[in-house]
Design a protein around this ligand. Structure first.
Ligand SMILES: *[C@@H]1O[C@H](CO)[C@@H](O)[C@H](O)[C@H]1NC(C)=O
Ligand SMILES: *[C@@H]1O[C@H](CO)[C@@H](O)[C@H](O)[C@H]1NC(C)=O
Ligand SMILES: *[C@@H]1O[C@H](CO)[C@@H](O)[C@H](O)[C@H]1NC(C)=O
Ligand SMILES: *[C@@H]1O[C@H](CO)[C@@H](O)[C@H](O)[C@H]1NC(C)=O
Ligand SMILES: *[C@@H]1O[C@H](CO)[C@@H](O)[C@H](O)[C@H]1NC(C)=O
Ligand SMILES: *[C@@H]1O[C@H](CO)[C@@H](O)[C@H](O)[C@H]1NC(C)=O
Ligand SMILES: [Ca+2]
Ligand SMILES: [Ca+2]
Ligand SMILES: [Zn+2]
Length: 500
């Protein structure tokens, strides 16, 4: 979402667990940001949810698992055996939820079982590299003193106007009229007339086509970097390539006939159920402007689906805490920025300038490597409670990482279609996607940083270790950062690395 939190339509999750019951004691990260989230579920009704602390360990080149010497063992069995041995629990307490293998690691997403009952948010993820060694373990397993329940309310995804395998776009609502607009030869030429109302037939058609195009572009870019069928993406058909299908994105243009203004949102149900993007009109100008024409807002919304699906194995329930929800906003802004940078000159980036008719856009600061232009650091998170504000801190750290990678490796204009590119923008997007898949459920700034550094070991042999540490540390997320207290230190072997 651009202006308010996300996806509570899709999932209301109650996880009631005694804080002292964690199997492995929670780490010293003490702020409620990392374990709680308050949200309004009806007018005046607030719900505070608790989510077990996500413990996270990364192992650089990897550690052995108990089944490594046996032949014919699947990565699923290996990951279950590793979790059992690491936590000292029985096999019947662990169930395999989902998993897949990509070009650098295999991913297993596990859940805790007790007497055949699954624990909401008591999950684990294990990544095993091509050397058959475990490189990352995230878990929030708990002792079975109290039970958790999960409830999902789903909106049901069927009256097409603009449809394809990855997206279907409607005017207003899914009960909107069915019109056929594909011209001969698949020419989609629907010019916008910015001087007339956004809800003229011409402008609605233009908005639909633009939104459809951007959603398909995001599908194709993210697919090439690892958000595939097996990695729980959004497609109507999966062509036998794994994952659950029937879940393309439904995009509603001028949702609710454009009555709501100045916002956009995205609902992410689990893999196999379609994502819903709702775009609205913005009333900063006359005539009003349609969010479906602001490409970075479309990308921002779409990226909620990507981050929610990649983290935790397609369950889409891993960003429930305040900190994780905030970081979700950050990943969305960062991906939007990635699609808007066009060359090796790293410009400050501002989201939402068109709809707001304001060069400052809809965030508090431009994303910038300049600490005067954007002074946000990790410590600010402790003082922030609104998810978009928290997201700005994370997105700005990622902006700095992006700038440093492009500074070293240059910018490759083919990166959108060429994931084998060695350009800094391609390296960045690989780490972005890879890290989402190996980080724990309920990620924090600290665990998400660790996931980036581990992702770099997995794919690039750790070539960017010092670059990454230096950039995170420059914004307070150094080696000893915790509990929203800044730390600027980098590992000792990185101390001579240039900072910018
Ligand atoms: C974390 O910070 C909060 C607020 O500053 C403080 O109340 C809490 O005691 C701290 N926890 C730890 C473990 O340092
Ligand atoms: C739906 O569109 C068709 C033409 O595409 C038109 O004949 C019909 O009247 C429309 N229905 C409504 C309710 O607008
Ligand atoms: C366009 O929106 C205006 C209100 O903003 C409304 O009065 C008008 O009826 C709408 N036109 C169409 C074609 O829906
Ligand atoms: C869009 O939907 C509104 C009602 O939701 C309808 O009045 C309008 O005619 C539709 N416009 C187009 C171009 O389909
Ligand atoms: C950072 O931004 C400030 C304020 O715009 C400007 O004065 C300063 O020169 C900038 N620093 C660099 C290194 O560009
Ligand atoms: C957070 O707020 C407290 C109290 O207003 C203030 O003392 C502290 O400097 C703030 N921290 C940051 C990083 O802005
Ligand atoms: Ca899917
Ligand atoms: Ca823009
Ligand atoms: Zn958002």
């Amino acid at each position: 979402m651009v202006a308010f939190s996300f996806k509570f339509l899709a999932s209301v999750l109650l996880a009631i667990v005694d804080g002292s019951s964690a199997l492995v004691p929670p780490s010293s990260i003490g702020s409620k940001h990392t374990t709680h989230r308050k949200r309004e579920i009806a007018h005046g009704v607030q719900l505070e949810t608790y989510h077990p602390t996500g413990n996270y360990e990364t192992y650089a080149e990897g550690v052995v698992h108990p089944l490594r010497k046996r032949r014919g063992v699947s990565f699923k069995e290996s990951s279950v055996a590793f979790l059992q041995s690491r936590l000292g629990i029985d096999a019947d307490k662990v169930a395999f939820h989902s998993g897949y293998e990509n070009d650098v690691v295999s991913h297993s997403y596990l859940k805790q079982v007790h007497d055949g009952i699954f624990f909401a948010n008591a999950v684990a993820n294990v990544a095993i590299n091509k050397d058959d060694k475990v490189v990352a373990l995230g878990h929030s397993f708990v002792t079975p003193s109290k039970q958790c329940s999960t409830f999902f309310v789903f909106v049901s995804v069927t009256n097409p106007t603009r449809s394809g395998n990855n997206a279907i776009t409607f005017n207003g609502s899914t009960s909107g009229n069915v019109t056929s607009e594909s011209g001969p030869g698949l020419v989609f030429d629907y010019p916008q007339d910015a001087s007339t109302a956004p809800n003229t037939t011409a402008n609605i058609n233009a908005a639909r086509v633009n939104n459809f195009y951007i959603v398909n572009s995001v599908h194709d870019i993210s697919y090439r970097y690892g958000f595939t069928e097996a990695a729980f993406n959004f497609q109507q058909e999966n062509f036998g390539k794994g994952g659950a299908e029937g879940d393309r994105i439904t995009a509603l243009i001028q949702a609710g006939s454009g009555i709501q203004v100045d916002d956009a949102d995205f609902t992410t149900p689990p893999d196999g159920q379609g994502g819903i993007m709702r775009m609205y009109l913005w009333d900063f100008t006359s005539p009003h402007r349609d969010g479906a024409f602001e490409n970075d807002i479309v990308v921002h919304e779409n990226t909620h689906g990507i981050s929610n699906r990649l983290t935790g194995g397609g369950t889409a329930v891993c960003f429930q805490t305040t900190e994780a929800g905030g970081m979700g906003e950050g990943w969305s802004d960062a991906m939007a920025e990635w699609t808007e940078q066009t060359d090796a000159t790293i410009r400050d980036y501002v989201l939402g300038q068109y709809v707001s008719n304001n060069p400052a856009g809809v965030r508090t600061h431009p994303y910038s490597t300049n600490k005067t232009t954007n002074p946000l650091t990790y410590a600010d998170v402790g003082n922030l409670s609104e998810v978009h504000n928290i997201g700005e801190v994370w997105a700005n750290m990622l902006h700095n990482v992006y700038a440093a990678l492009v500074g070293v490796y240059g910018f490759d204009a083919t990166a959108r279609t060429n994931p084998d590119s060695t350009g800094g923008n391609a390296v960045y997007l690989h780490l972005f996607i890879d890290a989402l898949a190996i980080q724990p459920c309920s990620p924090t700034f600290v665990t998400a940083r660790d996931a980036w550094i581990q992702a770099d070991v997995n794919r690039y042999g750790g070539a960017n270790k010092c670059l990454l540490w230096t950039q995170f540390a420059s914004r307070g997320l150094g080696v000893s950062a915790q509990n929203h207290t800044n730390d600027a230190t980098v590992p000792s072997d990185c101390s001579l690395f240039p900072s910018n």
